[in-house]
Design a protein around this ligand. Structure first.
Ligand SMILES: NC(=O)c1ccc[n+]([C@@H]2O[C@H](COP(=O)([O-])OP(=O)(O)OC[C@H]3O[C@@H](n4cnc5c(N)ncnc54)[C@H](O)[C@@H]3O)[C@@H](O)[C@H]2O)c1
Length: 452
């Protein structure tokens, strides 16, 4: 440890201990905004930077676009100046710690796209100063922090673990979860050097109750992928089982509930119309892409993707079969999808399987496909193609509306929907989420995974 590096470490430690540090958050989306608010609520000066002028303008006017966050808390943090939000990247120079929370999507060929991480790092590098700690939160493949971020920051006299500090710490926020939120969900931290890990743990502990250090950024990057691949594989397993149960005529939901009574060694996962969102669908591909560079095939990931991505097709077939049982031609049939968001009680549409189901139904020649989702006012089907089609959510779900459709399909089981009314008023309900489980009279209900 040389004299100089001691100084930067010491300075940061002191600021952390007496909470005079300035926290920066790059990317104010589902991950970054709750994180920024978590620090600001603790009275720590926080600067949120985003490239989106709309998001910054909204926040500056006290308008919050993340459902889980309390509007009043954000408005208060912004009004009293403890949380500043800006499009001005130069403000990052004021920060002692900068969390990077930018998107990590995949390309059309499902290869990783880390361009947002690279551009955010270049922005940070343009305004960097000695003594700063950078923490990447975006989910990505192992080696991103060390092999892609670090070279963009590193210079002579600006060395990692000496003049600046760098770590990876994956995000676990689960939008819509009422129990586990940003503050009480344990967080893993892996720094490039032990000093980086220590400092990143200390900063994280200011806002997060439980912090778990690991030996390197690569371990932290890989463990995040394991978390999401674990979910993807187990959902695929139960989706496959649902298809088998359909053939045999066993109720897969009851099977899962029965298995879940085992107090150890089992965790319930449920079938559905496919997976969506920014994480479970995309992240496994980050690892399978990386594995190919090592001449390795990740069979579990590929198989899980195959099963999960086949589910919207399976649901389309269920709906088309129910139309065929009625005296109506396909091209005159009307289908209502209940729920467009990728999961219950969220307003996140990214990669939602319900979108795919709608596109497949129209592609099959179904006359009308409408939807109702109180959280998603409009959707664009066949986006980025010449046949792009905008649909608007039906404003209200009523018995009169439900009666107009040949098939109503529950694609997302928002808890605000009256499913008894749905059962009562619909001709046929295709239920892909077991949302109508409490309904007794079931002659018009076709449940995914019970042999109908
Ligand atoms: N959404 C989740 O539930 C969740 C959970 C765990 C991990 N993650 C991971 O966290 C990361 C962020 O996800 P998200 O859901 O918050 O994404 P998001 O799209 O909601 O937000 C990302 C924000 O980054 C901004 N941005 C993009 N490039 C930028 C740049 N160069 N500089 C500044 N701002 C920039 C965008 O304008 C946007 O506001 C992803 O890697 C994701 O996989 C997400």
């Amino acid at each position: 440890m040389n004299e100089r590096s001691n100084r930067w470490e010491q300075q940061l430690r002191e600021r952390i201990e007496n909470q005079t540090l300035v926290v920066g958050v790059v990317g104010l989306g589902y991950v970054g905004l709750p994180l920024a608010v978590e620090y600001a609520r603790k009275g720590i000066r926080t600067i949120g930077y985003d490239v989106s002028t709309e998001k910054i303008a909204a926040l500056q006017h006290g308008t919050n676009y993340i459902r889980d966050l309390d509007d009043r808390v954000i408005a208060e943090c912004v009004a009293n100046g403890v949380l500043e939000v800006t499009n001005d990247a130069a403000r990052l120079g004021e920060c002692d710690v900068i969390f990077v929370c930018v998107p990590t999507p995949f390309t059309a060929n499902k290869d990783p796209d880390i361009s947002f991480i690279l551009s955010a790092t270049r922005t940070i590098a343009a305004h960097k100063r000695a003594g700063q700690l950078y923490v990447l939160k975006s989910t990505t493949f192992p080696g991103t922090t060390r092999n892609y971020m670090q070279p963009l920051l590193e210079q002579q006299q600006f060395r990692c673990g000496e003049e600046y500090f760098l770590a990876f710490s994956p995000e676990r926020v689960d939008p819509g979860n009422k129990v586990w939120h940003t503050g009480n969900t344990p967080i893993v931290v892996g720094g490039i050097t032990p000093r980086c890990t220590d400092l990143a743990c200390a900063v994280t502990a200011l806002a997060i109750e439980t912090v778990i250090p690991v030996s390197s950024p690569e371990v932290a990057e890989m463990e995040k992928l394991l978390e999401n691949i674990f979910r993807s594989v187990n959902i695929a397993l139960v989706n496959e089982l649902a298809q088998l149960c359909d053939r045999i005529g066993i109720n897969v939901w009851e099977v899962v509930e029965a298995a879940a009574t085992k107090p150890f060694g089992f965790m319930p996962f449920y079938p559905g119309p496919g997976i969506g969102g920014h994480c479970i669908l995309i992240d496994p591909y980050y690892l399978s892409w990386m594995a190919r560079r090592y001449d390795f095939t990740t069979n579990f990931i590929e198989l899980a993707a195959e099963v999960n991505e086949s589910m919207p097709y399976y649901v389309r077939d269920m709906i088309v079969r129910e139309i065929a049982r009625q005296p109506v031609e396909l091209r005159r049939a009307r289908v209502l999808l209940l729920g467009m968001a990728f999961k219950r009680d969220v307003d996140d549409l990214r990669h939602s399987p319900a979108l795919k189901v709608a596109e497949l139904l129209l592609g099959e020649g179904v006359g009308t496909v409408d939807y109702y989702d109180p959280y998603i006012p409009t959707v664009t089907l066949f986006d980025d193609t010449p046949t792009a089609t905008v649909l608007h959510s039906k404003p209200r779900l009523t018995e009169a509306l439900l009666r107009r459709y040949h098939v109503v399909c529950v694609t997302t089981d928002h808890s605000c929907v009256d499913y008894r009314m749905v059962a009562r008023a619909s001709r046929v309900v295709v239920d892909t989420r077991n949302a109508l489980r409490t309904v007794r009279r079931r002659s018009n209900i076709v449940l995914l995974g019970d042999g109908h």
